[in-house]
Design a protein. Sequence first.
Length: 118
Amino acid sequence: MHELSIAEAIVAIADRHAAGRRVTRVDVAVGHLRQVVPPALEFAFALVAEGTAVEGAELVLTEVPATGRCRACGAELPLDAFPFACEACGGLDVEVIAGEELLVESLDLEEEEAAYGC
Ligand SMILES: [Zn+2]
């Protein structure tokens, strides 16, 4: 289960950053290309968080749309269906510039708010 390993990574980051404080909310940016199923990730998150500082925290997912850049003409385009073809020149040499993210954007801690950037 793909979501379980993602949940483990999120909980590990949040737990480490919390440094013993309780985490009440975790904001995560997930790229569209990760193909995460949000309810499955929320379920896995709750499971993995048990017994850690993150237990009971709210998981807030923000999906990052997939974007590519054509290597031939430099145009940027949304990547929503395979094959990724440039809308401007029709080229197929498109590099992914967004949509593969998996970032813990911020944590809310019980006593103070802390931003986490990576
Ligand atoms: Zn192009």
